[in-house]
Ligand binder design. Structure first.
Ligand code: XLS
Ligand code: NI
Ligand code: NI
Length: 433
């Protein structure tokens, strides 16, 4: 036991009227909604990087958070893991996620970094055996160290491509060994700053071949989890190749991977791309590439990826409604890719930020589930498209353009517009949030 969270109780559900700060007001893991326990619907994960590895810097100032486990030694990495699992237990978090760089010290050589990773995987494996928390996904940090400055798989230097391959292989092995349910690739520096020095076609082709190699390796080692790409339009690169869900889908099709790879969709990234979160989820579902989500929120004025904890359940309810419509997660979950603000120094801030985020999501899920159970929204949607249920309408899709044109004259078609009923549906929605 460490004493980092000393005095902080295990968080339990006390209901919406409790005034206890150290309680869930909406997240009730065992409550059944639409035939499934809330915990199994939401599949919450804590992100190692934001909670245990981030020092609190911003572009104008350095470290504000001083944690007893900060430093690049194995002993400190183990202390960090001890604290992490204490937090998972306090929260009752069913899952966590990590990058290699979050949980092992960087070595002087690749071999040493890999050894550190393997030792920490064994340590985390022991922790998992005495706790309920499991690995939702693992990933490689191929954006912080200066070697990744010009990209990983898209780097102009083939040695960096090889180093990236070795890094991803080691992280896939780590994820596999820990029973991870997904492996994520977020291409933070898979993009470019200026066309003046960039061979865009070559970079995309290298990234495509790299992803094929990842999929080949997944099958080789018998990893049963999902491979997920996390789209983001920019930050840190000016132009990122995996801009949004639609762009990722085009990329997957180009490299024959659309049946092999799904997406990890982040709220803040969707906003940066000029979309809504629910749009990205709905599109991924429609394309058959929905996997998991990174839950957070941006500051809507600053235009940055501020990775704040979600606190607006109305906004999130629309997203959870789309997840329910998609049939819920399979291997995916709700990962808090969210960090406390740099002034939030106390251990309690780390816990209560997650409590608030979990409650916000639970409240959103409850609204979404109630709306789903009501059925009114789906009835209205089905009704709007019901014209397509007839044989004549279906023939339009099997026939030619000329057939469709001929039907207009033959039937004297003169379509009368019908109301889209948006406000009425918004009113219906508001009865449930
Ligand atoms: C950064 C990304 C990152 C990924 C994992 O913006 O969200 O945190 O989720 O590499
Ligand atoms: Ni992000
Ligand atoms: Ni993310």
């Amino acid at each position: 036991m460490t004493d980092f969270f000393k005095g902080i109780p295990t968080i339990k559900y006390e209901g919406p009227h409790s005034t206890n700060e150290y309680a869930f007001h909406h997240y009730n893991p065992d409550e059944v909604l639409n035939g499934k326990r809330m915990e199994d619907h939401l599949r919450f994960a804590v992100a190692y990087w934001h909670s245990f590895a981030w020092p609190g810097g911003d572009p104008f100032g350095g470290q504000t958070l001083q944690r007893p486990w900060f430093g690049e030694t194995m002993a400190l990495a183990r202390m960090k893991a001890d604290v992490a699992f204490e937090m998972f237990e306090i929260l009752g978090a069913p899952f966590y996620c990590f990058h290699d760089a979050d949980m092992r010290p960087e070595g002087a050589s690749f071999a040493e970094s890999k050894r550190n990773l393997e030792e920490m995987v064994d340590y985390l494996g022991e922790k998992q055996s005495t706790h309920k928390t499991r690995l939702l996904w693992g990933t490689a940090n191929m954006f912080s160290h200066r070697r990744w400055m010009s990209g990983a798989a898209t780097n102009p230097d083939p040695d960096v491509y090889a180093y990236a391959a070795a890094t991803v292989k080691a992280n896939m092995d780590a994820t596999h060994k820990l029973g991870g349910q997904n492996y994520v690739l977020w291409g933070g520096r898979e993009g470019y700053e200026t066309l003046l020095n960039t061979d865009l076609r070559a970079e995309r082709e290298h990234a495509g071949r790299f992803l094929q190699q990842v999929v080949e390796y997944k099958h080789k080692i018998g990893f049963k989890g999902s491979i997920l790409i996390e789209p983001k339009p920019q930050e840190p690169s000016k132009h990122q190749y995996d801009y949004d869900v639609a762009t990722v889908y085009g990329f997957l099709v180009q490299f024959g991977l659309e049946k092999e790879v799904q997406t990890n969709i982040e709220q803040g990234h969707a906003i940066l791309a000029g979309h809504s979160f629910e749009h990205e989820i709905a599109l991924a579902t429609a394309l058959g590439i929905f996997g998991s989500i990174d839950m957070n929120r941006n500051d809507y004025q600053s235009g940055w990826d501020t990775d704040q904890f979600p606190n607006n359940h109305v906004e999130k309810a629309v997203a959870f409604y789309e997840i329910l419509r998609a049939g819920g997660y399979t291997t995916g979950g709700t990962n808090f890719d969210a960090k406390i603000r740099r002034q939030s120094l106390d251990p309690a801030d780390l816990i209560l930020s997650h409590v608030g985020g979990m409650d916000t999501c639970a409240r959103a899920l409850k609204s979404a589930a109630a709306l789903m159970a009501d059925g009114g929204m789906e009835k209205a949607r089905a009704n709007r498209y019901s014209g397509w249920d007839t044989g004549n309408a279906k023939a339009l899709l099997t026939g030619s353009l000329e057939d469709a044109a001929a039907s207009v004259t033959a039937k004297g078609l003169n379509p009368e517009p019908r109301s889209g009923r948006q406000e009425r549906l918004e009113n219906l929605w508001n009865r449930f949030v």
